[in-house]
Design a protein around this ligand. Sequence first.
Ligand code: 5GP
Length: 202
Amino acid sequence: MSFKHVKPALIVFAAPSGAGKTTIVRHLLKTMPDRIAFSVSATTRKPRPHEVDGKDYYFLNEKLFKQRIQDEQFVEYEEVYPGRFYGTLKREVRRIKDSGRSVVFDIDVKGALNIKAQYPDDAIIIFVLPPSEEVLFDRLRSRGTETEEQLRPRFDRARWEIAQASKFDIILLNDQLDEALLNAEQLITDITTHGHTVHRRY
Ligand code: 5GP
């Protein structure tokens, strides 16, 4: 059965770090490639092992990144961590829309609100909510990559981010991952079939 797409939407996923956003976005891209494609952001941070330039990010040095800002090539950009810039490129969004698919973004909370402000009719912003602050903090601790001291600013940031959830169109609860993945699939099906932007909890 062929699938007739409504007007391509901008589907933005944001969440505090550790909420499972990237896992959910990767799953959707794998299962629904005819409906959605990923907006590859530019960043000045160094690639992690297994990350591929042009697939996970466009890895740029700071000079090039700032040049792109000057040239107005970004839809939005943020200094997400001190000295580390991330931005959504206008040409990524154009490329995907031209293919007739909806554009999926994995960006931070400020970036999501920024895109909604610029495209109130086309953007649907989704907040991936962990079941509680405690669960989120435990998940971050269990990575074992930061000391308690280093974790504190991340916790503060996460608290601020969770406080922004009510500004989002849709809240996707990630308690049990399997359930969250199914709900996320349903959500993409709804958006790309009906194009509606109702406020809902999934
Ligand atoms: P990471 O370094 O872990 O890949 O990403 C750090 C944070 O930056 C994540 O919250 C990620 O979603 C966010 N991010 C990635 N790309 C962009 C972007 O283009 N714009 C904004 N505002 N945030 C981004």
